[in-house]
Design a binder for this molecule. Structure first.
Ligand code: 4AD
Ligand code: MG
Length: 505
């Protein structure tokens, strides 16, 4: 019996097992909030029912103690989850030691050090449930559309996405690498199966700490024989829309817990994505192309002004809250409430101050952007700021893209790649494109990128034996979760993040 099944057991007596997350008491009653992994529920313990001694045990039970409760399920719309349990009896399974994570605000480093426990908190619970629904939705889409899941190796002998972010490892005294992408193997598997997708961990030795980069992340990489860039772009859009629709339909409770306004997600699920060539995207960044009467540069200038005003307002509220937290005339509960609020606002203001520092730099880099540059994180933010849907940027200068990208026959300066940028400041979530089929051009590119030819002989075989036009893409799972849940940082999107400087717990 789980909390999520309460709706099927109204007015029945049930037994649930879980952990205590919160407790309060008033005159002969103790209110325990129990979580059992499937949900959260308030459980009422009444002295008249359980007796004085048991009430006292409940009233002093430490947070995160494990407990079994027997009681009646009662519908009550005001309660979390819409039900409460009127307890007739309970048994303590294990009494917990003093729990380090309390209801007050904690710093991020402390929470990351306690990630193994932090995962139990409500917000993390909601994020991980959404992650699970996204993963399932991804498999549903591909399985329902004739794709075969095939796994690429993790230990590889060649680079796929450039040599600067390779993790090297010792493979029976020979150097090998942790896979940066399953794509090259995906291409081989597509020639055997027609349409495949891989779903596996990938590794990048990112040398900088950002909100978007993990050293170990999960990538979904479909590869399709006989698809050109346009068909690939259509598939990406259908795929993302289908995932969004399923998550929106099934994760309402989780979005509520995260206080996620899902308007932008609904847009993305229902409205056609914006498509810009790289050349058009450059004009948008530089403020030369207006979108619905708005221009990127003036919009950013307005954003900056708004952020600065917000900082002043939040600062003022912090002062007011702190005065109340120190007011000897107020009750302890009210003082604590204001102390907590002030601490929360101090965290908020750090983010606002970061924005106030960043926007002027974004403006500068947008104004100075030159055709031929790759889009940086801030450029992506600037572009997506003007649109209410994801933006697909395609037809890139070939120099900024990987060696396998197909050159445009009409304009050989360009490569047939596409990036999908998520709105609300999130930027690239998908990178993909059509693959080069001209063997001579590929060989030239492999040399140009200074990659070891012998490691790519097998890959060139794919062009020797029945080469066909083909395309594919890679979706970064954690980037998608980050946007869908509107997280500040990608570290909260994966159970145990691996990033520069962090591989524990
Ligand atoms: O754009 P990328 O590097 O493309 C590839 O790896 C291609 N081989 C994919 C393909 O065509 N089959 O990476 C694809 C996606 C990015 O759009 C981003 O979402 C994610 O992978 N990604 C990362 N996510 C988290 N941390 C990192 N360090 C990431 N690097 C890439
Ligand atoms: Mg990319």
């Amino acid at each position: 019996m789980q909390i999520q099944d309460f709706s099927k057991h109204i007015d029945q007596t049930v037994t649930i097992k879980g952990w205590l997350t919160n407790r309060r008491s008033s005159k002969g009653l103790v209110f325990l909030v129990l979580r059992d992994g499937s949900g959260f529920a308030q459980c009422i313990i009444d002295e008249k029912v359980v007796g004085e001694e048991k009430l006292k045990i409940a009233d002093t039970l430490p947070q995160e103690s494990s407990i079994e409760l027997i009681g009646k399920v009662v519908k009550d719309e005001r309660q979390i989850g819409g039900y409460e349990l009127q307890v007739s009896d309970f048994n303590i399974i294990t009494k917990a030691e003093e729990y380090p994570i309390t209801n007050k605000e904690h710093g991020v480093d402390f929470l990351m050090d306690n990630r193994h426990l932090w995962l139990r908190s409500k917000r993390q619970w909601a994020i991980m449930r959404i992650r699970n629904r996204i993963i399932f939705a991804i498999h549903q889409f591909f399985q329902e559309n004739g794709f075969v899941e095939m796994d690429a190796p993790i230990i590889t002998g060649n680079a796929c996405e450039g040599t600067s972010t390779l993790f090297e490892t010792d493979f029976y005294e020979k150097p090998a690498y942790l896979s940066q992408s399953g794509q090259l193997y995906g291409e081989a598997m597509a020639m055997a199966m027609g349409k495949i997708y891989t779903f596996g961990p990938t590794f990048r030795a990112e040398k900088s700490k950002t909100r978007r980069h993990l050293s170990e992340f999960w990538m979904i990489e479909p590869e399709m024989a006989f698809y050109d860039l346009a068909q690939n772009m259509d598939l990406i859009e259908q795929f993302l829309k289908s995932v969004l629709k399923r998550v929106l339909a099934d994760c309402k409770t989780e979005f509520e817990i995260l206080e996620r306004d899902t308007k932008m997600l609904e847009n993305a699920a229902n409205i056609p994505f914006t498509k810009l060539t790289y050349t058009e995207a450059v004009a948008v960044i530089k403020g030369e192309k207006e979108i619905n009467g708005k221009n990127a540069i003036t919009t950013l200038e307005e954003d900056l002004k708004a952020v600065q005003e917000k900082i002043v307002a939040v600062q003022k509220e912090i002062e007011e809250r702190e005065a109340k937290a120190n007011d000897p005339n107020l009750k302890k509960g009210e003082k604590n409430f204001n102390r907590n609020k002030a601490d929360q606002l101090k965290n908020d203001i750090k983010d606002l101050e970061e924005q106030a520092r960043n926007i002027p730099q974004w403006l500068l880099s947008a104004k100075n952007f030159e055709f031929g540059n790759d889009l940086g994180g801030s450029d992506e933010t600037v572009i997506t700021r003007l649109f209410d849907t994801p933006v697909m940027v395609y037809n890139w200068p070939h120099e900024v893209k990987a060696f396998y990208m197909k050159r445009d026959e009409q304009d050989p300066r360009l490569a047939k790649g596409v990036d999908v940028l998520a709105p609300e400041g999130y930027g690239e979530i998908v990178g993909g494109g059509e693959r080069e089929t001209n063997k001579e051009w590929l060989v030239e590119k492999i040399k140009e990128h200074k990659l070891p030819m012998e490691a790519f002989e097998w890959y060139l075989d794919l062009r020797r034996f029945g080469s066909v036009p083909h395309s594919g893409f890679g979706l970064g799972l954690e980037r998608l979760i980050c946007w869908i849940c509107k997280l500040q940082h990608v570290r909260e999107s994966i159970p145990f993040p691996r990033m520069m400087g962090r591989f524990l717990p």
